[in-house]
Design a protein around this ligand. Structure first.
Ligand code: OGA
Ligand code: MN
Length: 292
């Protein structure tokens, strides 16, 4: 196995590793370190059964089983389908609009997500170029680039994250999502996490806030909280912190949800099929007692 950094702010390519085989213990440790350090790992040209994707992902921690109970691989609820395709009856075969704005997976959950692992089986292409890129920003670098006085002022503060924020934003944008019911809102109540989180692999602080779910800096008055959040959202998206993954069919892409934020670019049409299998790894191994 070889880990080849992109040389950009994030990203490394893992070569000569066949993910369909059980992972050796030393390779696992090297990948875990690389994920903390490079934030995004791509594994080109993988040929996996869903079960093999699941087994690889499960090495990194407990897998989330989506409560919506939709778009799961039959018999393998840990594997979810992201796709714009429809079956012969016109029914969607997968979640068609996952992650289409800047966010961190599951920051709205008491137990946050550690890593998301996607297996790109069909990638839309136009004029020989891939569409549907996944973009990332480096939250180690974003933290380190904050003015020292602001880092000190905000140190120890916490942020409320709410699942409904992203949902309602998507509803306003394209109107295809139904409103969340009161029961759904109650099932995912807002939660708090530190604004600056110590990354469990690197031991360095990251900016743990994202435009998709972060609502409020709890220790500040509302107006001041909004002003600082607006500043942080603009700060963290600067081009110097950005990395783009341009998909090739059969890539496995794995990212660190603690040290990065990401965005799925919806620049392909319904007749340009995208079909991806996904496993979400939770962070229990690192935050047994929560993030606070
Ligand atoms: C996700 C997500 C990005 C993509 O599944 O959480 O953000 O490019 N996906 O599909
Ligand atoms: Mn996501």
């Amino acid at each position: 196995m070889r880990i080849v950094p992109t040389g950009q702010t994030l990203g490394a390519r893992v070569e000569d590793l066949d993910l369909s085989r059980p992972l050796e213990a030393d390779d696992f440790l090297a990948l875990e370190q690389a994920l903390g350090r490079y934030g995004v790992l791509s594994y080109p040209d993988q040929h996996l059964q869903s079960r093999q994707l699941r087994d690889f992902a499960a090495r990194f921690g407990r897998l989330e089983i989506n409560v919506a109970n939709a778009y799961q691989e039959p018999g393998l609820p840990e594997v979810m389908i992201l796709s714009n395709k429809k079956d012969s009856q016109g029914k969607p075969v997968g979640l068609s609009d996952a992650g289409q704005d800047w966010h961190t997976d599951m920051s709205y959950s008491r137990m946050i997500a550690f890593s998301n692992i996607l297996y790109g089986i069909e990638i839309p292409m136009r004029d020989g170029q891939p569409l549907g890129n996944t973009e990332f920003c480096n939250m180690h670098a974003a933290y380190e680039a904050l003015p020292e006085a602001l880092r000190q002022e905000l140190d120890g503060m916490t942020v409320t994250h709410d699942f409904a924020k992203f949902w309602d934003m998507m509803r306003q944008r394209n109107g295809t999502r139904p409103p969340l019911t009161e029961a759904q809102r109650q099932a995912k109540p807002p939660v708090s996490h530190p604004l600056f989180l110590t990354h469990p692999i690197t031991g360095r602080k990251v900016l743990y806030a994202n435009p998709g779910y972060a609502m409020r800096i709890n220790e500040l008055p509302e107006a001041k909280s909004q002003q600082i959040l607006d500043f942080l959202f603009e700060h963290q998206l600067q081009p110097r912190f950005r990395h783009v993954h341009r998909w090739q069919p059969y890539d496995v892409l794995m990212w660190d949800n603690i040290g990065t934020i990401h965005n799925a670019v919806p620049d392909y049409r319904p007749d340009e099929p995208r079909f991806i299998k996904r496993c979400q790894v939770m962070a229990d191994r690192y935050f047994a007692n929560g993030t606070a």
